[in-house]
Design a protein around this ligand. Structure first.
Ligand code: G3P
Ligand code: MG
Length: 262
């Protein structure tokens, strides 16, 4: 039996040219994650796209940050929801990673979008809805700003959160805004979820991916983006499952480990 292939992505987003490797949280192996320095480092390392997380401070300012608190990646301890911008700006978000990054400040979404655009990078902006936070409020702040800053061929907005993705789709049609649906394991109903959102791409945890799941996604025409792979040898057989791109903390490790001929 031959499987029919729907040219889904090529049809709705002719201009997006995904690279094989996307730098996770910027080049987070070499610079503090989700900072301006991490994005500059990604560009210096010849990455064409970066993945970054966005969420809101307590005062509603969208910032580039992954965790619900600032403990792990700054010299503070607060919950993000308890910070306003002046307090968040006093944090040192680089020193935890290395002395050369001491003095780095949390990036607002607007600063980051300006940098991404100036560097000519593509952005996979992950709407990070941590426990107890409003998906709708995040989308309302973050998505219009991203749409204003970047052209359709250099932007994917992704999330694990259904409500965030649905609200994002309400902001712009598929031809203007590529949505990426994040999954841990691929559920049986993955395709219905993607169709309901008019999604562009499927983003999957590579450690939980089966050949069958991967092939069903790639054969349906959705670019399959795997996160977060840092071991190119362990990943090597997965390229053949139709994987479009890998999100990695350190894309340079994959040199010499891409599909044959690349
Ligand atoms: O967007 C892919 C990946 O970043 C999802 O997981 O926790 O690193 O944001 P996390
Ligand atoms: Mg992320």
């Amino acid at each position: 039996m031959t499987l029919s292939i729907t040219p889904h992505a090529a049809t709705i987003h002719p201009a997006i040219r995904l690279p094989r490797l996307i730098a996770h949280r910027g080049l987070s192996a070499r610079a503090p994650e989700n900072t301006l320095s991490a994005v500059r480092a990604a560009q210096a390392a010849h990455c064409r796209w970066v993945e970054l997380d966005v969420q809101l401070l307590g005062d509603g300012t969208p910032v580039i940050w992954h965790d619900a608190t600032v403990k792990r990646c700054s010299d503070g301890r607060a919950r993000l929801a308890d910070l306003d911008l002046p307090r968040a700006r006093r944090l040192d978000v680089g020193g935890w990673f290395g002395d050369e990054f001491r003095g780095e400040r949390i990036a607002t979404l607007s600063e980051m979008l300006a940098l991404v655009d100036a560097l000519g990078l593509g952005l996979n902006l992950e709407l990070k809805v941590n426990r107890g936070r409003s998906a709708a409020a995040l989308v309302e702040e973050a998505v219009p700003a991203a749409l204003d800053a970047l052209p359709p061929e250099r932007l994917i907005v992704s999330s694990f959160n259904d409500e965030a993705l649905a609200c994002a789709r309400d902001q712009a049609p598929a031809a203007r805004l590529a949505l990426g649906v994040l999954f841990e394991g691929i559920p049986d109903g993955w395709r219905q979820r993607c169709e309901a959102l008019d999604a562009f791409s499927v983003h999957a945890d590579w450690t939980r991916l089966s050949r069958r799941g991967a092939m069903s996604i790639s054969e349906a025409g959705y670019p399959l983006i795997c996160y977060t792979a840092n071991d190119p040898a362990a990943f090597s057989h997965q390229w053949a499952w139709g994987v479009a791109s890998v999100i990695s903390d350190d894309p340079a490790r994959f040199a010499g480990h891409l599909p044959a001929g690349e």
